[in-house]
Ligand binder design. Structure first.
Ligand code: ACM
Ligand code: ZN
Length: 617
């Protein structure tokens, strides 16, 4: 190599190292950069263990093609060349945990070592992130040694496909994207008041009737009139069992486990619409509506806890669901049960008396415990939302702790010995909007910025080490009321699921908000764009706050962003700000009623998010 080429290549690699240094999501346990780098090109050969060739071949070929445009050949077994290869190696190494890996990139070769398929898959995803974003053809990857293990096994995302049905193709796309960030659990909320989304062969009316509702598109979710019996029911959809088998099989190759949720006894309006005999009364009372709910309000949505037919029906449903999903877990919901009908229902009251149940909370426990028997008879572990702790609880179940504040299931569940999954509505309900509400699409009137998701610590410090060991992990939950389109659904998922992925995977010691948001800006927004994902850039939105000083006739303005390390520029004359406008250095005064426009800019002068506009009055 002549001196100039040598100098250029050293220089090139040092630029690459700088670019790559801080761009992994989730951040690995340890990354040590060494000198030089690996030249990936069309002659590079990939070797994978024979038993994984079927699964890895298509993933590795298609993803390297997507990342670089290169068509790279995959071979099974041991390496047959001395250099320019990528080796997937299954090892018995005590320092590597399940799903963990070691990734070694050097000038001659790249080796991914793991003790299981999941670790090889995860190591490959880290390798993909080491490839310079935007590579097109042969490319250089800086040398480095990455050692990495997951903090939690449960690294989940909940997709509510009931409130708005999402197609199989869309779910597969999310599996692709989220598994590349080491998300390994997809919790499918398959049933709710607004739609039943899973084919049950024994009860075809669940999808024939329960999957379809009257069209109220364009009317605010909370103001929708109930459907009538003779209206056409055109909005909805469902997965056949074959669809779900395809999703499960696809997910497995990407180290993703699908957890089905059948939400009972409440949130069951669609089920009751399909099979009204499972409601409390034998005669439909005046004013009770038995159509699939069209929006927010869904009264009379609890199954009767007193009729034996309810349990027989649910046992049939659970048997089919258990047979379909290979996961050891089956989620039965159990949340937000309005018990007013139970209080009046002769069947519910009889069961209460016959079983010496003190009140309807204990009747709920009775229901949940019967569900627990049904689920465990199928050799599955039952998961319930934290309301299942009420009354007498349900020993042997796993708890999904969502409430915070007045209720403290995040403490109660592990203290009572329950394995617990954290999905705090305050930190992980990504159905909440993610920036100033004036700037965001329709959603609940409640803000969950990216930084709050990122900075969440899912293990409460009040727990003893023994109790803390019962925390299985963390989950971001996307409820679907306000996300009718795929674009909007993705907008809510990204980038907050990436923040949640880092909470779930990375050791808190390596987490760093500034590094994370910089990685998004310089690398992952572009990677996600390449996957045709619609991401929100709300972290760059300027939050305005102002007060009017009537006495002196001036507005006092204060601006803030959750992103750090960038500059805000603003105008009050109606022009869109650029870096030639006034730089925000602290609160300032302006003329009341003027139009404030503010934006966030990086050091090269690019506008990062949208421009915030607000009239100062
Ligand atoms: C829930 O948010 N009702 C689980
Ligand atoms: Zn009843």
């Amino acid at each position: 190599m002549n001196k100039i080429v040598f100098f250029i290549s050293i220089f090139f690699f040092s630029i690459l190292v700088k670019a790559q240094e801080n761009s992994f999501i989730p951040q690995p346990e340890s990354v040590v950069f060494t000198s030089g780098g690996f030249h990936l090109n069309s002659d590079t050969k990939v070797y994978v263990p024979s038993k994984y060739i079927t699964d890895l071949q298509s993933i590795v070929t298609s993803e390297l093609a997507k990342d670089t445009g290169l068509d790279i050949s995959i071979h099974k077994g041991k390496t047959k060349v001395n250099s320019n290869y990528i080796l997937f190696q299954k090892v018995k190494d005590a320092s590597i945990d399940p799903e963990g890996y070691v990734l070694e990139i050097s000038t001659e070769k790249i080796i991914i070592k793991a003790k299981d398929y999941a670790g090889l898959f995860n190591g490959f995803q880290t390798l993909r992130q080491a490839i310079p974003v935007g590579a097109n053809g042969a490319t250089a990857i800086p040398s480095m040694m990455v050692t990495d293990n997951p903090r939690f096994h449960w690294r989940g995302v909940l997709l509510d496909v009931s409130r708005h049905f999402q197609t199989k193709a869309f779910v597969l796309k999310q599996i692709d994207v989220l598994s590349s960030y080491k998300i390994n659990i997809f919790h499918l909320h398959l049933t709710d008041d607004q739609g039943w989304r899973i084919e049950i062969k024994k009860y075809p009316n669940l999808t024939k009737k329960g999957a379809w509702r009257a069209d109220r598109t364009g009317i605010a979710w909370w103001s929708r009139e109930h459907a009538t019996a003779d209206e056409p029911k055109t909005v909805g959809g469902f997965y056949t069992q074959e669809d779900l088998k395809d999703i499960i099989a696809y997910a497995k190759t990407r180290n993703v486990e699908i957890i089905p949720e059948i939400d009972v006894p409440a949130h069951s309006k669609a089920l009751i619409a399909a099979y009204p005999h499972l409601f409390c009364y034998d005669e439909v009372p005046e004013g009770v509506n038995f159509e699939v709910a069209v929006g927010g309000k869904a009264p009379d949505n609890a199954l009767c806890a007193g009729k034996e037919t309810t349990y027989e029906f649910l046992e049939d449903v659970i048997k089919e669901v258990a047979a379909l999903f290979p996961s050891n877990y089956l989620h039965i919901g159990g949340d937000e049960c309005n018990k007013s009908n139970w209080k009046k229902c002769p069947h519910c009251q009889k069961v209460k008396e016959d079983n010496n149940l003190k009140d309807e909370e204990e009747l709920q426990s009775y229901f949940i415990q019967r569900m627990h028997k049904i689920v465990t008879a199928q050799n599955k572990t039952m998961i319930g939302w934290d309301e299942v702790l009420s009354g007498n609880g349900v020993k042997g179940a796993t708890i999904m702790a969502w409430r915070r504040g007045k209720h403290t299931p995040e403490l109660q569940a592990p203290r009572e010995g329950y394995p617990t999954i954290m999905t705090s509505y305050l930190h992980s309900y990504i159905s909440r909007v993610q920036g100033p509400t004036i700037m965001e699409p329709e959603g609940p009137n409640s803000v969950l910025p990216l930084s709050v998701v990122y900075n969440h610590e899912p293990v409460p410090e009040e727990l003893t080490p023994e109790e803390a060991r019962l925390v299985l992990g963390n989950q971001a939950s996307l409820w679907g009321e306000f996300t009718p389109t795929e674009e909007h659904f993705e907008y809510m998922l990204y980038p907050r699921t990436l923040a949640s992925a880092e909470v779930s995977w990375s050791n808190p010691k390596v987490k760093n908000w500034e590094r994370f948001q910089h990685a998004l800006e310089t690398s992952h927004f572009e990677r996600l764009k390449r996957e045709n994902v619609n991401v929100a850039k709300s972290l760059f939105t300027v939050y305005p706050a102002f007060g009017i000083d009537q006495l002196h006739s001036k507005a006092i303005v204060y601006l803030e962003t959750e992103a750090v390390g960038y500059d805000i520029y603003y105008t009050t004359n109606g022009d869109d700000p650029t870096i030639k406008a006034t730089k925000y250095e602290g609160d300032f005064t302006a003329t009341p009623k003027s139009l404030l426009k503010a934006g966030l800019f990086n050091k090269t002068g690019d506008l990062l998010g949208e421009i915030t506009e607000v009239r100062l009055k």
